[in-house]
Design a protein around this ligand. Sequence first.
Ligand SMILES: *[C@@H]1O[C@H](CO)[C@@H](O)[C@H](O)[C@H]1NC(C)=O
Ligand SMILES: *[C@@H]1O[C@H](CO)[C@@H](O)[C@H](O)[C@H]1NC(C)=O
Ligand SMILES: *[C@@H]1O[C@H](CO)[C@@H](O)[C@H](O)[C@H]1NC(C)=O
Ligand SMILES: *[C@@H]1O[C@H](CO)[C@@H](O)[C@H](O)[C@H]1NC(C)=O
Length: 140
Amino acid sequence: MERGRMMIQGFFFWLILVFDLVLRTSGNAEGDALSALKNSLSDPNKVLQSWDATLITPCTWFHVTCNPDNSVTRVDLGNANLSGQLVMQLGQLPNLQYLELYSNNITGTIPETLGNLTELVSLDLYLNNLSGPSLHLSAD
Ligand SMILES: *[C@@H]1O[C@H](CO)[C@@H](O)[C@H](O)[C@H]1NC(C)=O
Ligand SMILES: *[C@@H]1O[C@H](CO)[C@@H](O)[C@H](O)[C@H]1NC(C)=O
Ligand SMILES: *[C@@H]1O[C@H](CO)[C@@H](O)[C@H](O)[C@H]1NC(C)=O
Ligand SMILES: *[C@@H]1O[C@H](CO)[C@@H](O)[C@H](O)[C@H]1NC(C)=O
């Protein structure tokens, strides 16, 4: 009887460990991608102050929205007085639908990895200082 209870407790302990590990690793990949963006930007108005890389997921950060599975769906940083450059790690947000970075002072090029954002609904980069090949959007 006692032995059976200990086995059940041991099983639940193991289950919690595995679940915790899964949450941490899946959460951190997206948090790491957004932390890379933060580190690449200058943020005089401190809009990224809540972006604490030590949290298990980025879902509690301001200007970040997640789905119920704690995967990032929105990054809303329009008109935030940010400067600096975009990072290729942005391509590592598989459920990202809205990337709003309009009206900042972002320079450099648009990372090709954004092509991996298959769920993207809106990509707003207007009113920045981006350079590189211009997009050819007309069907000819
Ligand atoms: C860009 O930077 C300049 C100089 O710091 C500033 O005056 C301007 O308001 C900034 N523009 C945006 C959209 O943040
Ligand atoms: C934007 O940041 C610059 C410094 O980089 C600062 O001089 C300016 O006042 C800021 N503009 C706004 C609207 O916060
Ligand atoms: C998309 O992601 C895959 C796997 O992470 C990577 O190998 C590939 O280079 C990426 N493609 C682009 C365009 O970034
Ligand atoms: C962005 O580009 C505008 C127009 O070319 C320029 O006036 C401004 O100084 C640039 N800002 C930065 C931060 O490079």
